[in-house]
Design a protein around this ligand. Structure first.
Ligand code: MN
Length: 525
């Protein structure tokens, strides 16, 4: 059983009243669950205590940790909502309520998939902390899935793989995503799991000594170049992610170069590029394999330099270079932006309450304008993610490149809407997107033969703006083709690109209009 002191130990930056809130919730939950046991026969309280510990590790605030401790009390009829509010306040009740609501929806195949996902997202839109509690809850339940009756295991594992892991990924919580995937994998496809585990083991044996040598060589070489402050680690690919890649590469292990990767973690961004230079001077990089996710972060905020090099000691090796900051964010994602471990003791606590999914979706462009951390403030960090401020800086240095700024906003930062196919797959598009964007987001062929669209069962015109949670059913016909008008009706550059190609329009913008005019005239005749 997780002792209270283990949870408190993770809350190093917390104020006394915050520790007191967690302590009170701990005792309350322990008492409430006293007569309950888990499937394993162990005391039920093991579960909320473990969930709270995970939340504390992720650096969540006291209200969220308290909600983790209390998350099953209302659901299981052990405490009333009024009691929770009276004892712990409305913030904690709000979070407990959110988690309880999410818990009511179970994944039962395609149709339920859409329903539960939609509810997840709607609930989340009000406060991201609800979802983080739910992820921690699911994580702990997955570690004890073997005790759950066999007929339930597969459903729970599938739900974890198809709903919770992708959400963790979207929130940039790489560690959570990988843990959830690898815990679920053996229950979903035992044979594939065994195969992936064997492949990884084989590869580990093969490359272990070689990678250790590469590590040593790099250490010596870096020291010579004055790069002394860094650490390296070997990261093995997660089994589910390896399985996906094996499928993509026709099970050809020789085509996968990142089963084992060498990670180099340095203090600052400049060090990362210096290290990259040193690595490329030492080993020949494979052309086309270098990715600068520092300058161009993934949409979920992930940053690193990835390069694949040929080494005499370990063959082809992927090397990932990142700063300590990026490393922490790659693991904890959005949670790290809320963490007082990062914000420091003197950071305004009020910043927690305002953090929500809505913040991720819509506030980011405005944050970019105001949230530059004070230079040389001695570790004081602005409550907004540092990578945002860095991007804001990047913008000012490429002044004049309006298109770039607009592109960034459009692709990463503008409002997003989450839409569903009739089968329950999620499609994530910029707000104001239309059925045309939706069709092209699924596949260019679908877009190019788009004939009609239904939203929530009703036929709509192609210029209809889609809303969060809409179920979009695209109808195609072989004889249907893009019309120039679509260029005015779509919102994504992907759709525009395909439409132009299908219409045989090489030049963007200016020519677009003239062609459009010509065609419509011809059509009128
Ligand atoms: Mn639970």
């Amino acid at each position: 059983m997780t002792p209270l002191r283990d949870i408190l130990a993770e809350m190093s930056g917390a104020a006394p009243d915050e520790a007191a809130l967690v302590e009170k919730a701990y005792e309350f939950s322990k008492k409430a669950h006293a007569s309950h046991t888990r499937y394993s026969g162990e005391p039920y309280f093991i579960h909320p205590a473990a969930v709270a510990k995970v939340l504390a590790e992720y650096g969540m605030d006291a209200a969220t940790i308290a909600a983790g401790l209390l998350h099953d009390t209302v659901e299981d009829g052990l405490a009333s909502r009024e009691e929770i509010e009276k004892e712990f306040g409305s913030d904690v009740l709000f979070l407990v309520d959110g988690v309880t609501k999410l818990g009511r929806h179970k994944y039962r195949g395609a149709e339920r998939h859409a329903e539960s996902l939609r509810r997840l997202l709607v609930a989340t839109a009000s406060d991201i902390r609800v979802l983080i509690v739910k992820l921690a809850d699911r994580y702990h339940n997955m570690t004890t899935l073997e005790h759950v009756p066999a007929h339930k295991r597969r459903r729970i594992a599938l739900e974890t793989l198809e709903i919770f892991a992708p959400i963790a990924d979207r929130l940039g919580m790489g560690k959570m995503k990988r843990d959830l995937e690898d815990l679920a994998f053996p229950y979903v496809d035992p044979d594939a799991y065994t195969h992936a585990a064997q492949v990884r083991k084989l590869k580990t044996k093969e490359t272990e000594d070689g990678l250790a040598k590469v590590q040593k060589t790099l250490q010596k070489d870096f020291a010579k170049k004055g790069l002394t402050e860094f650490r390296t680690e070997i990261r093995m690919k997660g089994l589910w992610s390896l399985h996906q890649k094996l499928k993509r590469k026709d099970d050809d292990i020789t085509r996968i170069h990142d089963i084992a990767a060498l990670r180099i973690i340095l203090p600052k961004i400049e060090d990362c590029y210096a290290a990259l230079g040193a690595v490329h001077a030492l080993y020949k990089p494979l052309p086309g394999e270098f990715k600068d996710y520092i300058a161009f972060p993934k949409p979920n905020g992930y940053q690193s330099l990835h390069t694949t090099v040929v080494t005499p000691d370990a063959g082809i090796v992927e090397i990932q270079i990142r700063s300590e900051d990026m490393h922490r964010r790659a693991q904890f994602g959005i949670a790290s932006h809320m963490s007082y471990k990062q914000l420091g003791k003197n950071a305004p606590r009020s910043s927690f309450a305002g953090l929500s999914f809505a913040w991720v979706r819509s506030l980011i462009p405005s944050l970019m304008k105001v949230s530059k951390p004070a230079a040389g403030a001695g570790g004081a960090v602005s409550p907004s993610p540092a990578w945002l401020s860095e991007l804001a800086d990047a913008h000012s240095s490429i002044a004049g490149s309006e298109e770039f700024v607009e592109g960034l906003k459009e692709d990463f930062f503008s409002h997003r809407v989450f839409l569903f196919t009739p089968k329950g797959d999620v499609v994530d598009l910029p707000a104001q997107s239309t059925p045309i964007d939706f069709a092209y987001a699924i596949h260019s062929d679908i877009g190019n033969h788009l004939q009609g669209a239904k939203v929530n069962g009703k036929l709509v015109s192609f210029d209809t703006a889609l809303h969060n949670g809409d179920v979009v059913d695209i109808m195609t016909r072989d004889s249907a083709h893009p019309s120039p008008k679509w260029l005015e009706e779509c919102r994504t550059s992907l759709a525009r690109k395909h439409i132009r190609a299908a219409l045989g329009m090489a030049e963007p913008e200016k020519q677009r209009k003239s062609v459009f005019r010509k065609r419509t005239k011809r059509e009128r005749k």
